[in-house]
Ligand binder design. Structure first.
Ligand SMILES: [Fe+2]
Length: 130
């Protein structure tokens, strides 16, 4: 089982340590409510405020979006699509919710491992009960 890092693991560190954690942390961006069985867009951005390098030797490889233990989306990143400068990579996902969501993103840096976002709760309105 790989270690999973999160911003909060480093929040008490120095400015340099917090910057390191910031640029590796995926952030889930979406509304707090969605409609039952309707397409719902969720964006994941890597880096709270600090851009991550995007060089040949050091870059992110993929982003996954999870609803609790269910994988709801995955994007394999092509480094060259984002240039050679530090960048906030941002990827949209579309999901069609049938239950309320507890979303977490994971992102993998080839030098610094697997990072998780904070969990975001999305209330789904109009859930039909059989
Ligand atoms: Fe990194």
């Amino acid at each position: 089982m790989p270690r999973l890092f999160s911003y909060n693991d480093f929040a008490g560190g120095s400015e340099i340590v917090r910057s390191y954690a910031d640029k590796h942390s995926p952030v889930v961006i979406c509304d707090g409510q969605a409609n039952y069985n309707q397409p719902f867009t969720v964006k994941v951005r890597i880096g709270k405020t600090v851009k991550h390098p995007n060089s040949q030797e050091h870059h992110f490889r993929y982003i996954q979006l999870w609803n609790l233990e269910t994988l709801v989306g995955e994007v394999k990143l092509k480094r060259e699509d984002y240039g050679d400068d530090p960048v906030h990579i941002e990827v949209p996902f579309s999901i069609t919710p049938k239950v309320s969501l507890r979303l977490t993103a994971l992102a993998y840096c080839n030098k610094h491992g697997l990072w998780k976002s904070e969990e975001i709760f999305v209330k789904v309105l109009g859930i039909e009960v059989d």
